[in-house]
Write a protein that binds this ligand. Structure first.
Ligand code: ADP
Ligand code: MG
Ligand code: MG
Length: 249
């Protein structure tokens, strides 16, 4: 599904990613771990097409198409979803309205017709039920006054509604207590399917106790310095990243 080949990227003329090779098959959950500042978020921004992040070498294929040539909206329409580390608050916009706009924007870009209010609400309620979420959060303004856990749960709902092919979670676990972490993990696990791949970016191993990855990669100073299965995450929890900071340098 996703093929990253020799990806180099810069921000403000400074090279951050220094030759990333990574392949994610359909249905797989891949985790990227690594020290702060290693380029994890940069990688997620490159994949979603954020402004200011420049690819200087390499390529990224998404279901065979050149992802880097696509506009951010086209990527979203193609099924790439990024859950943010720090969800934004949008006072004055109802959460359900926001979700409907997001879903319909993607549908328009795909050339599908917009969903009407009835259709949308039916699906939204079904997803809420699936994710054990109350309808309450839908009637409030987007993320405003939400607890940390509610924001993350709301992100999982956004993801469920957009039905992405590739979902990228960038440190969605940061600052979560164990209950909220489990909620996020449950939501992700409920969305796992043979057609959907996940890239889970995390500094800590803890989340991966609940979302069991197929592959784990260590990113250090802009390079993937090690790959393995879920045991690698456990090993890192015990040993820390010191070894990789040195070896990457
Ligand atoms: P991580 O997510 O692994 O903590 P980042 O991708 O956020 O790492 O950052 C990687 C490096 O790129 C860091 O050294 C950071 O300071 C730098 N960097 C990231 N974004 C910017 C930016 N917008 N401007 C300048 N430097 C940046
Ligand atoms: Mg960071
Ligand atoms: Mg980051």
């Amino acid at each position: 599904m996703l093929e990253i080949k020799n990806l180099h990227a810069s921000v403000d003329g400074k090279e951050i990613l220094k030759g990333i090779d990574l392949t994610i098959a359909a249905g797989e959950v891949n985790a990227i771990m690594g020290p702060n500042g290693s380029g994890k978020s940069t990688l997620s921004y490159i994949l979603t097409g954020r402004e200011g992040y420049e690819v200087t070498e390499g390529e990224v294929l998404f279901n065979g198409a050149n992802l880097l040539k696509m506009e951010p909206e086209e990527r979203a329409a193609a099924g790439v979803f990024l859950a943010f580390q720090y969800p934004v608050e949008i006072p004055g916009v109802l959460n359900s309205t926001f979700l409907k706009e997001a879903v319909n924007a993607v549908r328009r870009a795909r050339g599908d017709g917009e969903m009407d209010a009835m259709q949308f609400l039916k699906i939204l309620r079904a997803k809420c039920k699936e994710l054990h979420m109350s309808d309450d959060m839908l009637k409030r303004a987007v993320n405003s006054g939400f607890s940390g856990g509610e924001k993350k749960r709301n992100e999982v709902l956004q993801m469920a509604m957009l039905e992405p092919n590739l979902a990228i979670l960038d440190e969605t676990d940061s600052g979560l207590d164990i209950d909220a972490l489990k909620t996020v993990a449950e939501g992700v696990n409920a969305l796992r399917s043979p057609e959907r791949s996940f890239l889970i970016i995390t500094h800590y191993q803890r989340l991966l106790d609940y979302i069991v990855p197929d592959r784990v990669h260590v990113l250090a100073q802009g390079r993937i310095v090690r790959s393995g299965d879920k045991e690698l995450a456990k090993e890192l929890e015990a040993s820390g990243y010191a070894e990789f900071k040195q070896s990457a340098a």
